[in-house]
Design a protein around this ligand. Structure first.
Ligand SMILES: *[C@@H]1O[C@H](CO)[C@@H](O)[C@H](O)[C@H]1NC(C)=O
Ligand SMILES: *[C@@H]1O[C@H](CO)[C@@H](O)[C@H](O)[C@H]1NC(C)=O
Ligand SMILES: *[C@@H]1O[C@H](CO)[C@@H](O)[C@H](O)[C@H]1NC(C)=O
Ligand SMILES: *[C@@H]1O[C@H](CO)[C@@H](O)[C@H](O)[C@H]1NC(C)=O
Length: 481
C-alpha cells in the first residue's frame, strides 16, 4: 500500500517537473486576432478563437495567461491549450465565468464555419476539460456579434446581436446554474444592433451603448475612422433592469464620444463609472482623444480622463477588456502593429484622477473586492506543491527519468483515449476537427462566408472595409488610388 503510494507520489513529482519543463521549452505564440473571447477565471485569463487579423479567417486557438505572477506585456508567456479544446472554429461568441461553482467558462453562440457547433460549451479549468452542453429550449437561437453579460446570480443576458443574418434586439437569458432559457422584455429596448458595449452595474442593471446597424458602413484601417455611413450614437445609453425586467433610456451630457462600435466597456473599480476604449468611430468632431472616455454613472456625464504613461498605444477595435486587479486589461483586437504594440494593453485605473498606461502587471495590489478565500487557498497550496515538486523532482528526476518516461507514456495513452471518448460523446459523428483555418470549403452557410476576408482585394494602399448587404463582410479591402 505505502509502496504504491510512494510510487504514485514520485511519479506525480516527475510529471510536475516534466510538464513545467515542457511549458518552458515551448513558448506559445498566438495569432493576432480580434472578435475573440477573453474570460478571467481563478487568476488565469483564457483567450478563445476569434478572427485572424492578417487574413480575417476564423481561427481555433485556446490559451491562457497566468496573472498570479507579475508580467511585462512585452514578454507574455501564454500557455497553449488548443489541443484539448473541442470547440469548433468560430468567432464573435460570448463567454462568461459562471456556473454552480462559479468557476466554469461558458461559451454561447458565435459565428462558426462548422454547422454542428453546439449552442453552449463549458470549460472546467480545474480538470482542463471542455464539454458541449445540450440545452433544449427550442426558442434559444444562435447569435453572434453581441456582448453578453453575466449577472451576480449566474444568469447570462444575451441581448441583440445577429441571428440568422438578421440584426436583432431580443433579450435571451440563459441560467448557467440550472441550464434553463428564458426571454427578457423587449418593450422600450434599444433598436437592433451588434458590436455594442454592455456592462453589469452594481445595482443589478445592465448598461448598453453604441454598436452598429448600418450594414453599408466602412472604415479606414489605419485610423479606425468610419469612412462611410455611421455607427450608433452614445448620446443615449440604455439600462436593462435584470430584477424587474424592464428598459430605461438615459440621455447623456458632456464630451459624448462620437458614434462607435467594436469598442469595450468596463465598470470602474469604484463601481461608479464606465470606462470605454477603442472601436471604430465616426469623426469625433473636435475632441482630442478618440479612444478612452469615462461615463459618470451618478449623472450620466461623459468626460475624457487624464491619461499618462510612457507610450500611448495605437487604438484598436474588436478587442476584449477585462478588469483584473487594478488594471483594465485589453487583449488583442484589430488596428495595431504587433511588432510595436503588445497583444495586451494595461491601463492602471486605480486613480480616477489619472489613468496610466503601463507595461508591467503587478498582481500584489489588493483588489477593491477581495477574491474568495477558497481560490486563494487552492492557489497557495498548488504553488507550494509545485515548489516542493520542483525541488524534490530535480533531485530525483535523473534517477526516475526512465521509470517516469514509461509511466508518462502510459498516462498519455490513457488520456488520449479518454479524450477520444469525450470527442465521440460531444460530437457524435463529427469527430474529425478541421486542422486548418476556416477555409472556404468548410463554409456552408451564408453567414459564415460573409465573415471571410475577401483576399482578392488585399493590396489597397488606402483601405476601407465595406460590409456587404448582410453587413458582416468586414474586410473587403478596396484599392483606392
Ligand atoms: C417560441 O416563440 C414563439 C414566438 O415568440 C412562441 O409563440 C412560442 O410559444 C415559443 N415556444 C416556447 C416553447 O417557448
Ligand atoms: C461569481 O463571481 C463573481 C465575482 O467574480 C461575482 O460577482 C458573482 O456574483 C458570482 N456569481 C455567483 C452566481 O455566485
Ligand atoms: C432555474 O432557476 C431560475 C432561478 O434562477 C428559476 O427561475 C427557473 O425556474 C429555474 N428553471 C428550471 C427549469 O428549473
Ligand atoms: C450617430 O448615430 C445616430 C443614430 O444613433 C445618427 O442619428 C447620427 O446621425 C449619427 N451621427 C453621425 C455623425 O454619424
Amino acid at each position: 500500500m505505502s509502496k504504491n503510494f510512494l510510487v504514485y507520489f514520485l511519479l506525480w513529482i516527475l510529471l510536475q517537473v516534466l510538464v513545467d519543463v515542457n511549458c518552458q521549452l515551448t513558448p506559445f505564440k498566438p495569432s493576432g486576432m480580434f472578435r475573440h473571447t477573453a474570460t478571467f477565471i481563478d487568476n488565469k485569463l483564457y483567450i478563445l478563437s476569434g478572427s485572424e487579423t492578417s487574413t480575417g479567417n476564423i481561427i481555433r486557438e485556446f490559451f491562457y495567461l497566468d496573472v498570479s505572477i507579475p508580467f511585462n506585456t512585452q514578454e507574455l508567456s501564454w500557455k497553449d491549450l488548443s489541443k484539448i479544446s473541442i470547440v469548433p472554429f468560430h468567432t464573435d461568441a460570448v463567454s462568461a465565468k459562471s456556473g454552480a461553482k462559479n468557476d466554469t467558462l461558458f461559451l454561447y453562440g458565435g459565428l462558426s464555419s462548422v454547422s454542428t457547433m453546439a449552442l453552449v460549451y463549458t470549460f472546467d479549468p480545474q480538470h482542463i476539460v471542455w464539454n458541449s452542453q445540450v440545452t433544449t429550449e427550442i426558442n434559444a437561437t444562435r447569435k453572434y456579434g453581441l456582448t453578453g453579460v453575466i449577472d451576480y446570480s449566474g444568469k447570462l443576458y444575451l441581448w441583440g446581436g445577429i441571428s440568422n443574418n438578421i440584426i436583432v434586439n431580443d433579450m435571451l437569458i440563459f441560467d448557467t446554474i440550472n441550464f434553463s432559457w428564458g426571454k427578457g422584455s423587449s418593450v422600450n429596448a434599444p433598436t437592433q444592433r451588434y458590436h455594442f458595449g454592455a456592462t453589469l452595474l452594481p445595482n443589478n442593471k445592465i448598461i448598453y451603448m453604441g454598436g452598429v446597424d448600418d450594414i453599408t458602413s466602412s472604415f479606414y484601417i489605419e485610423t479606425l475612422y468610419i469612412s462611410k455611413g455611421t455607427a450608433l450614437s452614445l448620446k443615449e445609453v440604455y439600462i436593462y433592469d435584470t430584477i424587474n425586467d424592464n428598459w430605461d433610456t438615459k440621455i447623456t451630457t458632456g464630451k459624448i464620444p462620437s458614434n462607435r462600435s467594436g469598442f469595450s466597456t468596463i465598470l470602474g473599480l469604484d463601481g461608479q463609472r464606465i470606462i470605454i476604449y477603442g472601436g471604430v468611430f465616426n469623426d469625433p468632431g473636435g475632441y482630442v482623444d478618440t479612444t478612452l472616455y469615462v461615463l459618470d454613472l451618478t449623472n450620466f456625464n461623459w468626460d475624457i480622463p487624464k491619461i499618462t504613461g510612457n507610450t500611448i498605444p495605437k487604438p484598436r477595435a474588436w478587442h476584449k477588456a477585462n478588469v483584473i486587479s487594478k488594471y483594465m486589461v485589453i487583449t488583442f483586437g484589430y488596428g495595431y502593429n504587433r511588432a510595436v504594440d503588445s497583444d495586451i494593453l494595461l491601463l492602471d485605473i486605480s486613480n480616477n484622477e489619472e489613468y496610466v498606461w503601463t507595461t508591467s502587471f503587478d498582481p500584489s495590489v489588493p483588489k477593491s473586492s477581495p477574491p474568495p478565500s477558497s481560490s486563494q487557498t487552492s492557489n497557495n497550496s498548488s504553488d507550494n506543491s509545485k515548489m516542493v515538486g520542483a525541488i524534490v523532482g530535480s533531485l530525483l528526476s535523473g534517477i526516475f527519468l526512465s521509470v517516469g518516461g514509461f509511466f508518462l507514456y502510459k498516462w498519455n495513452k490513457k488520456r488520449q483515449s479518454q479524450n477520444n471518448i469525450n470527442n465521440y460523446n460531444n460530437h457524435g459523428q463529427e469527430k474529425a476537427i478541421p486542422t486548418e483555418g476556416s477555409k472556404n470549403e468548410n463554409i456552408t452557410n451564408h453567414e459564415a462566408v460573409s465573415a471571410i476576408v475577401n483576399n482578392d482585394n488585399y493590396y489597397g494602399q488606402e483601405v476601407v472595409t465595406t460590409p456587404t448587404s448582410d453587413g458582416f463582410k468586414f474586410f473587403k479591402f478596396l484599392n483606392k488610388k
